[in-house]
Each structure stands twice: as structure tokens, then as C-alpha cells.
Design a protein. Structure first.
Length: 374
């Protein structure tokens, strides 16, 4: 297993890192968090011009044909910079669904996504679903050549900003049966759709989205009817790799900032970084970061190779993401003291983002159980 980056990946890494360094700060993140969109639309267009929005899509569809490892490189630097633009939701998650769509659907939707002209969201969670992707009660009843969607999805990331939704709905059977789930590409402005927006723990935007007899035609069906669960599991598995890379960038930044702080904060006439007990704690933070890095690389390689263990590697990564994110962020806060929890310092922002990444698509306990059963 080769864990070294290629020359092209190193150039991509430097490009993203330089952009983030020039464009982002904690103060700017706070300002964007309070804006109406929650992100900078001009910067999103710059992402498109730099080719980052086209990265994972095939050259035949107008993309760059990047790999999971290429996405890993980008996501790590975006995580390090606490970037608020919804790259994870649009490109890693919804882009994963669109990459598996029909020729006509890809031709219809991908150009606008890659140019930054459209926003997407994945509506899958429901009030009783917990982390089970098969626990789908939103119904899609056939009505001639159309379907009528009814029900409610909760905690839809980027839901209020989305122009289009990828929606999981039940076309047969009962929740939580694995068969009978279908995926639909839905215009978010369709009649019968309601949206209630609210802030999430990390300052990003979520929304509860209701569907009241929302009519979509059969061309909105993504993949085979009743067989959407397998597609969801594939896309979520790839998205977890991107999430793991983002978390890796975040914990690395927390470690760097904590080490730097302990070099300047003084107690008893010397920098606290000279205290052996604190050195041991930071050494453990480093060890945890490296453990997460290893599992991110392993999961990305499994995705690129199409390994039968890709789902298992993703669950192992999700377990470690939660464990490392919790340990490193808590240590960073404690070693910074009271200022570690203030909104003016980046530490608290990393802490909250890692909390969200831990619970998205299942926390450590859920994926530990899933890993044992795969």
C-alpha cells in the first residue's frame, strides 16, 4: 500500500492550502456564518474556476476524473482551514449520487453543479431513522407515470440553500425494510415542498423539509426503483472518506495550534510546553492524528481500487474519526484553558465541526457495530 502523494496531488494540496491561507480566518468564518447564505457565493464560483467542483467527475461528463485520494487531498486542506463553503454536501455527497445517475440526468444536472450555478442537498434522515439508511417512511406513490412524495426529512445539510434535492423515499414495503427504497432528484422549488431552516452545532445550516403530495415524473428516479439502498451505501461510504480527510485536517490544525500556544503561554516563569506532563498529552494527540491519517489513506485506496472491503474500511474510519476528533479537540480546549471555548478562537470552531462530522451518517458506536457485522 503506497501512502505517499503523487506529484500532481502535492501540487493540488499546495494550491488548496495557499487559497485557504489567503482567503480564510476565524473572523471571516464568523462573518459568513451570520450571512444569509452561510457561505461566500463568490468564493464558490472561484472553486469552480479552479476546477475543484469538477474534480471527482469523469472526463466524459466534463469533469477532471479525480480519484478518492484526490478528493482526500482537497478535503484535508478545507478541513484545516475551517472552510464554510458546502463542498462536502454538494460534491462529495450529492455529486456521488449524480455520478451514478443516467446519461440524461448527468447531462442535465452536472454542468450547473460543476460551474457553481446550482446547490444540492441530500434529504435522507427522518425523526425515527436514527442512523439507519433503510429507515425510510417518506412515501413515493406511483400515480400514472409520476410519483407523489409525502412525508418529512430532518437535518438536511444545505437544505435551505439547495436548488435540487436527492431524496430517499419508499416505493414499496415498510420501514426499515431494505428493499423498496428509491432515490429521486427533486427540484427544491416544486409545489408542496416546505422548508424550516435552523443553525447546526458548527454554525452551518440545516433544514427540516416536508413533502406534501409533491409530484415528480419518472425521469426523476435515480437508478432502479426499489433498489436505492445499495446506491446510498456506496455514496455514503465514499463520503465518509471525504469526511475523514476533513476531520484529519481539523485535528492536525488543532495539534499545531495547541503546540504553538504552549510555547508562548507561561506559568511559574516558563512556557507550559516545557512541562513533561503536557508534552506527553501532546505526544498522544500526535499519535491519534497519525492513526486517523492511516485509516483515511486506507479507506481512500479501498475506494479507488473498488475493494470488497471498501464499506468496512469506511466504517473503521468513521469509528476512528469520532474517537480521535473527540480526544484531540477536548485536549486542545483543555490545554488552551478558558479561551479554548470562546467564539473568537478557532479551537472552538474545530471542536464543533468535529462534533457534527462524528454524528453525520452514524457515530463511532454505530459504525463499530456495523464494522463487526460486515
Amino acid at each position: 500500500m503506497d501512502l505517499s502523494l503523487t506529484e500532481e496531488q502535492l501540487l493540488l494540496k499546495d494550491s488548496v492550502a495557499g487559497f485557504v491561507r489567503d482567503k480564510y480566518s476565524v473572523e471571516r468564518r464568523r462573518q459568513l456564518r451570520e450571512s444569509s447564505a452561510g457561505y461566500d457565493e463568490a468564493v464558490w464560483k472561484e472553486f469552480a474556476e479552479l476546477g475543484w467542483l469538477s474534480l471527482p467527475f469523469s472526463e466524459a461528463d466534463g469533469g477532471i476524473g479525480g480519484s478518492a485520494q484526490d478528493m482526500m487531498v482537497v478535503m484535508e486542506e478545507l478541513g484545516r482551514g475551517l472552510v464554510v463553503e458546502p463542498y462536502l454536501v454538494n460534491i462529495a455527497i450529492c455529486g456521488g449520487f449524480l455520478a451514478r445517475a443516467s446519461d440524461g440526468q448527468r447531462a442535465n444536472y452536472l454542468p450547473a453543479l460543476m460551474s457553481g450555478a446550482s446547490q444540492w442537498a441530500f434529504a435522507f434522515a427522518e425523526s425515527s431513522s436514527r442512523y439507519n439508511l433503510a429507515a425510510v417512511a417518506v412515501s413515493a406513490l406511483a400515480d400514472g407515470d409520476d410519483y407523489l412524495l409525502s412525508g418529512e426529512k430532518i437535518a438536511v445539510l444545505n437544505g435551505a440553500s439547495a436548488d435540487y434535492l436527492v431524496v430517499s423515499a419508499r416505493t414499496s414495503g415498510d420501514s426499515p425494510q431494505q428493499q423498496g427504497i428509491s432515490l429521486f432528484l427533486v427540484d427544491a422549488r416544486s409545489e408542496g415542498i416546505g422548508c424550516r431552516e435552523y443553525p447546526l452545532v458548527d454554525g452551518s445550516r440545516g433544514a427540516d423539509i416536508s413533502f406534501s403530495q409533491v409530484r415528480v415524473d419518472s425521469s426523476a428516479l435515480l437508478g432502479e426503483c426499489d433498489n436505492g439502498l445499495a446506491v446510498m451505501e456506496e455514496v455514503v461510504s465514499a463520503a465518509i472518506v471525504a469526511m475523514g480527510a476533513e476531520a484529519l485536517g481539523a485535528v492536525d490544525a488543532l495539534l499545531e495550534q495547541t503546540v504553538e500556544y504552549t510555547k508562548t503561554r507561561e506559568q511559574f516563569g516558563q512556557a507550559i510546553g516545557k512541562f513533561q506532563a503536557l508534552q506527553h498529552r501532546m505526544a498522544e494527540m500526535f499519535r491519534q492524528c497519525q492513526a486517523l491519517r492511516s485509516l483515511v489513506y486506507r479507506a481512500a485506496i479501498a475506494q479507488d481500487e473498488g475493494s470488497v472491503d471498501a464499506l468496512k474500511a469506511a466504517s473503521a474510519l468513521k469509528v476512528k474519526l469520532g474517537q480521535v476528533g473527540r480526544h484531540v479537540s477536548q485536549e486542545a480546549v483543555q490545554l488552551h484553558g478558558g479561551i479554548g471555548m470562546t467564539d473568537e478562537l478557532g479551537i472552538s470552531h474545530y471542536f464543533k465541526r468535529l462534533l457534527l462530522l462524528n454524528i453525520l451518517f452514524g457515530d463511532s458506536e454505530y459504525h463499530l457495530t456495523r464494522y463487526a457485522t460486515l
